[in-house]
Every structure is written in C-alpha cells, then in structure tokens.
Write a protein that binds this ligand. Structure first.
Ligand code: WT7
Length: 677
C-alpha cells in the first residue's frame, strides 16, 4: 500500500463494481419489544445537542458524584468527558444490580469440553468473587488505584472477574489476548510498566488442555530483559485445587490465586469512586510500526458509551441472554461481553473454546441450552460455519431476536445466510463498524428504526457523525460513488484518550491528517482519522472497504504488517521481510510473507518453517503466514522501498501492473514463477 495512486484506483474500482443491495426490514415482534422505537433518538443526538446528548448514556449509570463539565476540550485532541464526575465501573456492573437481581445469572461460563457442566454465576456470586479477589489484589499484591496490571487470560469466567476486581480498586487492567505468545505479552508488560502479571495454568482449545503457564515464564523473563521487572505472577487454576500445567512454579514469584483466596473468604472492598476521566484499562492494538499501541480507555465516558450502545444498538434488556462469541482479549469482548452487558444487568455467555469444537453444531447447542436470544460474532466465523455445513443451524431449535456482526466487511451472500439460516429470518442483524480505539460502535443501524442493508454497516450510530475526505481534504458526499478516508467529525465518550505514554503518536496517527488548526481547542477542527477507506451511499449508509494503512485484518484480528515483518527479522538468516494480505474465503485475508536471506544462506523448506515458527513465537499463531516465500531479492523502487503492492498482486494472482520503473524489474518475473509454482 506504499503507492498512493494504486490504492485510490483500486478503491474506486471496488466502489464502481459494487451493487447496492435491497434493504431488509425488522419484524413487528422485534420492533414492539425494542429499547428504541422512534426516530427522535437521532434528533436527540443531533450535533446541535452535542455534547449534552451523551448525558442520556451517562444517566444509565450510577455516579458517586455528578460531573461539572460534559466535555472538556482544553487539552485538544485529548478529550475529557464528564469531568468532575466520580464513578466506579465494577459497582455499576455488579453491586447496583444486587438489590433487585442478585439471583440472576450474570455470567454463563461454558467450558469447551461438552461433558463439563455450564457454570451459572449469579450477580451475588460475582459480587462475592470480585470482592475476594479485589481484597487479594489490594492486600497481597499491593495494587492500588492508578497502578497497571497485565492480564494474560483466556476465555474463562476468571477473566471478567479479574477485570472487575481491578476496576473496583481503580487499578488499570491491560488484558493481553490469551492466544498471544509470551513474547507479545512481554512487550505489553514492558510498555504498560506492570509489576504484576495475572494468568491461568491451562485452558481448553480445540479439545486440548493448553499449558498456558509456560507463556508467563517467557513473558516475565523477556520483560525483565526489556527493563520491566514483574515481582508477582498470580495464577488462576482452570480446575480449582488441581494443577493443570506441567510447568513448575517459581518460588517467591508465582502464586496460585485459588490457594491465596482461602485467606480472603467473605472479604469486602469498597469500590473506589474514580474520577471519570481516569483510565479504566489499556488495550493494545496494531499500527503501522512494529510497536503495538496501548489504547487508553477512560472510566466514565467509556462505560457510559458501552452501556448506551449496548442498550440502543444491541437492544439488550436485563432479561436477555446475550452471547458474544468474540474473545474478551479483544476490545469487542471488553465492551460487549463484559462492561456493556453487565452494566445493563443482562446475562452474558462466555464460551471457552472454538466455535467448531467438537463440531459445527456446538454454537447452536449452546444457544439452545441457555436460551440465548442475542448473538454476536464475526464474518470469519459465519463463513467458516457456512462452509462446513450450510444446513446445520436448521436442525437446532435456537431463536435469536438480534444478531450482530463485527470486525470485517461481510459479503452480502454470507449476510443472507446468517439472516435466513442462523437467524431463521426472525432476527435483525446489525453490522457494527468500529475499532479498538473507539471503545464502542461508530456505525450500525438502530435496529427497530433503520432497515438492514447487506454488506453495508449503516449510518453513524446516534451521536456519531462520519465524514469522508479525499486525499486533499475535500469532502466526498453521499452518493458520489467515490471512496475516501472515513473520519469522525466529533468526539464521543467511548473514544480512547491517548496512546499510553505516547501522546505524540496519538496526535500524529489519528488527528494530524485533517486537522484544521493545530492550536485549536475547538473539536470541530480535529476530525478523527479511522484509517479505513469507505464510501457513502445516497441513503447515508456506509460501506467499509478496508484499511488504508499497513494493517492486515485476519479473521477480524488486527495485525500490523510491520509487526509480522519485525518478527521475521528476528530470525538470524533473514535479511528483508515483506508481508502482504492475500484474500481468503474464510478469514477475509491472510498474510503472505516474502523473505530475502542474508548472503551465504540457502533457501530451504526447513528455514521457511523456522521463520514461520519464529512468527508464532513472537506474536502468536494467528499471525502464522499462509506461505513463506524465500526470494533472491525484493522488488524495489529506485529509492530502495520494497514494493509491497507488486508482491500483493503476485500473491493474489492479479496483474502486477507497470513495473518498468522498478530498480530491479526482472525480479518480478522470477517471483511470479516461484509463486505460481
Ligand atoms: C478495524 C478495527 C471493532 C472491534 C473488532 C476489531 C475493521 C471492524 C467492521 C465492519 C468492516 C470492519 C476496520 C476497522 N472493521 N468492524 N463491521 N465492517 N470492517 O477491532 O482490531 O481495532 O480492528 O476492523 O478495518 O478499522 P480492531
């Protein structure tokens, strides 16, 4: 994507070839029960009522002290919401539901092994467990408000319990996706400056009990080399009282949480009323350089935004059983498994394993057993289940009123299968477009009001005002049929506050591009650059076309090309590495890796495997390249820049275009022969 002109043409081509789909309307049954039934919501959230409109979301929460200022722009573009207010996120997700709903299930934990019983954790039980852990974190680990702690936890109930215990104390949690490697965890420990790591001994994935504890040893060693010492590793047991890892404990550093908890039985800790703009958590995401960005999310604004959008867009009612099949290790899980649904007193399902274990009917059996009525997943999962057996969901008796899709564009034909077969034609679908940075939804349909359009995300959700700019900063209007860079005109409470310890990168990555005046304190001068290309149809619905930066979206997981390239470069024999996205039926895109070797090394299959394994060690299996191509040289411009565009065309079996201006045009032919076999 180095070549600007090429990006523009390809977007325009996609745009021109895209056919507008017919709209699909929600059922009367859905509309009758919906949280938001009338168009006035868009009026209430009109820019004329900005920023006051967002108090409608803040009012869904319990505040220990109300705010003085709704939006403080004095430190532009670091926006501060509900300044002067005090709030505790844990109190809002747990304590306040006890009076009326203590016996209601907060979390249904579904273990992957199908012979293990589902655990139904009531709000009362959650309250007890969160308090005991908070007491432990405070007294044993010495954690207090404002400290950071890194979590490397997979999908078990211990993850939300740990997040909520941190939130109770005002401790900033930084959860690292469980599938990430020890190395990736180390980088994030170092950047967050955590001296405590919370992990688990093992967990199930595709039928195997994974030794997760070994990652903690790697993470702590590498973090120390990078200058960050972890003095305590707190380890949950997958089976309390039993050890599920062969990896030994390290005396004086490793502690079993389930053992320690015996000393904290029945202990209570008062929730700390946090300043609304203090950070609740960090969530690392990939950018254009190798170094992941710690997106810093606020307490009050974030919680208000995820509560509000969970209610209005996901239509969550307290009596709903809601299942989002994402991983809590990603922002989707933070916002729409934990904080959003629990703040609304819903029952939230947490499933440990993969959607296809032991077979593709698993998800529908879970939905049947727990009577799930709101379902949330990503196009990659939908494509995979459709491919395995397109008729399978018909054999199950689940019924959804609402289904969400998130993470990548969904092809209209896949959308229709989701609607007709998974949703049995009964459920509305909301295609939600947003990002780690944005905390909550940016675009999508308010389901009872706006019709669905397969393949389009929808208009901005209430209070979000997207705008598309061309390269020169001119606005591209609805219905023009041209794509451009989609930005958001206004701040909103869910938006991240900054990149942890890197304000300059925050400003330059997200706000510098279309900023009208760098000294301005007026939010109107600071459009937020999402990094996606999009086009707007006449009716105001947006189509998201993909990333404009060097980011690859594999199965809805964001990976930086530079991140994978730098991982490859840790292998001694590698001289140069280039990653390109390749279209894939199931995963959307997968990375192809081109490698040139240092002089004196032979291109062998073993070496290719070693490089691939190196990437899995550094980042995790999700970054495993589809292919490692060992080439004698990279196609380069005369200034020495690797032409990823050319490599991308080769991998995708597309026309490479004009390569005559390259410094080494002959290499293109050689690589093409190799790749086409
Ligand atoms: C990128 C953000 C949103 C939480 C999970 C991913 C792409 C996201 C959609 C959608 C088309 C989408 C964008 C975005 N994306 N949702 N509904 N349609 N593209 O969060 O890892 O921060 O990735 O995912 O390219 O920028 P993330």
């Amino acid at each position: 994507m180095a070549d600007k002109e090429v990006v523009e043409t390809s977007e325009a081509q996609i745009a021109v070839h895209w056919k507008e789909e017919e709209c699909v309307y929600p059922s009367k049954e859905f509309i009758n029960q919906a949280n938001v039934k009338d168009e006035t919501v868009y009026k209430r959230f009109d820019l004329d009522n900005f920023p006051e409109c967002f108090t409608e979301y803040a009012d869904l929460l319990h505040w220990d002290k109300s705010w003085d200022t709704i939006l403080d722009t004095s430190d532009a573009p670091c926006w501060k919401w509900f300044v002067g207010g005090r709030i505790n996120a844990c109190y809002n997700c747990v304590d306040r539901h006890l009076e009326k709903n203590k016996n209601k299930t907060a979390i249904h934990f579904v273990p992957e092994p199908e012979n293990e019983r589902v655990q139904h954790i009531t709000y009362q039980e959650l309250y007890v467990q969160v308090n005991e852990l908070a007491a432990l974190l405070q007294d044993f680990a010495g954690l207090k408000a404002g400290d950071t702690v890194t979590l490397h936890l997979p999908m078990t109930a211990e993850l939300p319990i740990t997040m909520l215990a941190c939130a109770r104390l005002g401790v900033i949690h930084s959860e690292v996706f469980g599938g990430f490697s020890g190395r990736a965890c180390a980088d994030r420990i170092e950047d967050a400056k955590s001296r405590v790591l919370i992990t688990i001994d093992g967990y199930y994935r595709s039928g195997k009990l994974i030794d997760h504890k070994q990652n903690a040893d790697i993470a702590v060693d590498l973090a120390k080399k990078d200058g960050q010492k972890v003095d305590k590793v707190l380890i949950w047991q997958r089976y309390p009282g039993k050890n599920s890892t062969p990896t030994p404990m390290i005396e004086g550093r490793d502690y079993i949480i389930n053992d320690l908890l015996k000393d904290y039985r029945g202990k209570k800790v008062d929730p700390v009323p946090m300043p609304a703009e203090d950070p609740l958590f960090l969530m690392y995401t990939s950018g254009t350089t190798g170094k992941p960005k710690g997106c810093q999310h606020s307490t009050g604004g974030y919680l208000a935004y995820v509560a509000g959008t969970s209610k209005y867009i996901q239509d969550i009612h307290p009596e709903d059983v809601y299942w989002c099949m994402a991983d809590i290790g990603w922002i989707t899980g933070h916002s729409y498994i934990v904080y959003g649904p629990l703040s609304l007193c819903a029952s939230s399902v947490i499933y440990e394993g993969v959607p296809t274990y032991p077979d593709a009917g698993r998800a529908w059996r879970i939905a049947e057993e727990l009577d799930v009525n709101i379902f949330h997943t990503a196009p990659t999962v939908i494509r995979a289940l459709r491919k395995i057996d397109p008729d399978l969901p018909k054999k199950y008796n689940h019924h959804f009123k609402h289904m969400t899709t998130v993470g990548e564009p969904i092809e209209p034909q896949v959308w229709r299968w989701y609607h007709e077969v998974v949703g049995k034609g009964e459920a509305v679908i909301v295609d939600t477009w947003w990002q780690t940075e944005t905390g909550g939804f940016l675009c999508g349909t308010v389901p009872a009001i706006k019709p669905m359009k397969p393949g389009s995300t929808g208009p901005g959700v209430p209070g979000i005002y997207p705008i598309i700019y061309d390269e020169e900063g001119n606005e591209i209007k609805a219905g023009e049929g041209r794509a451009g860079n989609i930005c958001i005109k206004n701040p909103w409470p869910g938006a991240f506050q900054t990149i942890w310890r890197d304000r300059d990168r925050y400003v330059s990555t997200y706000y510098a591009r279309y900023c009208k005046d760098k000294n301005s304190k007026d939010w109107r001068d600071w459009p937020y650059l999402t990094g996606d290309a999009a086009m707007e149809a006449e009716d105001g619905y947006y189509r998201i076309l993909g990333r404009i930066d060097d980011v690859i979206n594999v199965s809805g997981h964001r990976l930086g090309t530079k991140e994978i390239e730098s991982a490859a470069l840790t292998v001694m024999e590698v001289a140069e590495a280039a990653v390109v996205p390749v279209a894939d039926d199931i995963k959307g895109v997968v990375p192809d890796l081109y490698i040139s070797l240092k002089p004196g090394y032979e291109p062998t299959d073993e070496l290719a495997m070693k490089i691939s394994a190196g990437i899995c060690d550094t980042i995790g299996k999700i970054a495993r390249p589809r292919k490692v191509w060992l080439v004698s040289d990279m196609p380069k411009t005369r200034s020495g820049k690797i032409m990823r565009r050319v490599l991308g065309a080769i991998s995708n079996k597309k026309d490479v275009g004009d390569v005559s201006t390259l410094a080494n045009p002959e290499i293109v032919d050689e690589i093409q022969k190799k790749v086409s076999g």
